[in-house]
Design a binder for this molecule. Structure first.
Ligand code: GUN
Ligand code: ZN
Length: 434
């Protein structure tokens, strides 16, 4: 029998949002002299260091003062085959897909190439503090399997699926509905609910999927309880016009997915930059989450996201980096970009640091229907933790020395911390990046 785990007590300022700061005041919890007790991979206690130490005198103490503890970051929209197309600026969505993204996605037909990219991809997630990601796989089963396998090796929580399309892209990327069903089933059997992996049914977008393909998605979800779902919605005006032409019976873009039962809790639709009032209401009613991708929305000129309309209607919102349409893997940067674009949007919200933290952590957990397990430091949750400490000579250090309260420090972290400040990343208490 192994000895009982007496616990490891991390000592550092800590922040988390156990409640939704868009709905409740004082949702940001911060402890300047914070303690986080980890036992058997779970948060056993979080709060004031001295209180936790007194109650747990045998715990091993690790002094991490000088840095900050945040819950693991959750990226709800990212494409693994697009690592190498980051930086393809100067285009809008449909041209960018044709000229930048799809040629690289076609290279994923080569399994060994796909595996190399998958290895780099999971490393990039971990090194940026992302512990959970909802990932668009490849259009090829072997490449998607490589992502799951590398994800499992990394220790990260990866939710992904083969990307389904049968029209409008390029022939190498198209499957038939029959092969899509077969490949999806095989991948679900191998990877869904294996360790920290989950499977997400992933039609690329309505523009590239026939009704028969969307029916396959519906069948898969009916046949396998607990699957997640992801796709794109209302990103770009040309895309929306094309979807209207292809599905003349649909009153709007969302109605295409709804017709096939695609949506609800555990479903994440990326972008939604140009929704109708009715679509916003229906997203709220069904519990479908929207992955807000502000870096991508700016880089591809897709438009300004109306956070206020979504929040007011009660739509779940989380953040996505949208690599490679976005500008990198950093979820802290993504939250900052959300803040910046809201500052200049005509109906912009003024985000505070607690709301930014929520969007980058707990909101993602809620979107993925994983908030019972991750997203904050409440006792019982998995110990998914990011330790942030600025290099001594970086501007962030100088700013933090002056911070007068936790909110100021957190705002400085969002403004200035990049991957160089992500010092240690844990999933279920185990280090996945240092
Ligand atoms: N819509 C369909 N495919 C994509 C993609 O790869 N990136 C983005 N941003 N939008 C899409
Ligand atoms: Zn995307």
């Amino acid at each position: 029998m192994s000895a009982p785990d007496r616990g490891k007590l991390l000592r550092a300022p800590l922040f988390h949002t156990p409640r939704n700061p868009f709905l409740q005041d004082h949702a940001l919890e911060s402890h300047w002299d914070g303690g986080l007790l980890i036992r058997d991979g779970r948060i056993a206690a979080s709060g004031d260091f001295e209180t936790i130490r007194t109650a747990n005198p045998t715990a091993t103490i690790t002094d991490l003062r000088g840095g900050f503890l945040l819950p693991g970051l959750v990226d709800t929209h990212i494409h693994f085959p697009q690592l190498r197309v980051l930086g393809g600026l100067g285009r809008t969505l449909l041209d960018w897909l044709e000229e930048c993204a799809l040629p690289e996605e076609a290279r994923m037909a080569d399994e060994s190439y796909a595996r190399q990219i998958a290895q780099r991809f999971v490393h990039a997630l971990a090194s940026h503090g992302t512990t959970t990601a909802l990932v668009f796989g490849a259009h090829f089963a072997a490449a998607t399997a490589a992502l799951f396998e590398e994800g499992a090796k990394s220790g990260l929580r990866i939710v992904s699926g083969i990307v389904l399309s049968d029209r409008q892209l390029r022939p190498e990327l198209h499957q038939t509905p029959e092969s899509a069903y077969r490949d999806s089933n095989d991948l679900i059997r191998c990877f869904h609910a294996r360790g920290r992996l989950l499977y997400a049914v992933t039609p690329r977008f309505a523009l590239s999927t026939s009704e028969a393909m969307l029916e396959v998605c519906q069948t898969l979800i009916r046949e396998h309880p607990g699957l997640r779902f992801q796709t794109h919605l209302n990103e770009n005006t040309r895309e929306i016009a094309e979807v209207a032409r292809l599905f003349p019976w649909a009153p709007d873009y969302l109605a295409v997915y709804e017709r096939f039962g695609l949506g609800g809790r555990g479903a994440v639709m990326a972008h939604n930059v140009h929704p109708t009032p009715s679509e916003i209401e229906r997203l709220a009613a069904s519990g479908t989450a929207v992955a807000h991708c502000p870096c991508s929305n700016a880089a591809l000129g897709s438009g300004l996201f109306s956070l206020k309309r979504h929040v007011k209607a009660g739509v779940r919102i989380a953040l996505g980096t949208d690599v490679g349409g976005g500008t990198g893997f950093g979820m802290l940067k993504e939250a900052l970009q959300a803040y910046l674009l809201q500052r200049i949007a005509p109906d912009g919200a003024l985000l505070d640091a607690g709301q930014m933290l929520y969007l980058a952590t707990r909101a993602g957990a809620e979107a993925l229907d994983l908030d019972h397990e991750i997203g904050d430091f409440q006792p019982g949750k998995a110990a998914d933790i990011v330790y942030i400490k600025s290099p001594a000579d970086a501007p962030l250090s100088a700013v933090l020395e002056r911070a007068e309260n936790p909110e100021q420090a957190l705002a400085a972290i969002f403004t200035l911390a990049g991957a160089e400040s992500i010092r240690e990343v844990r999933v279920e208490g185990a280090i996945v990046h240092k």
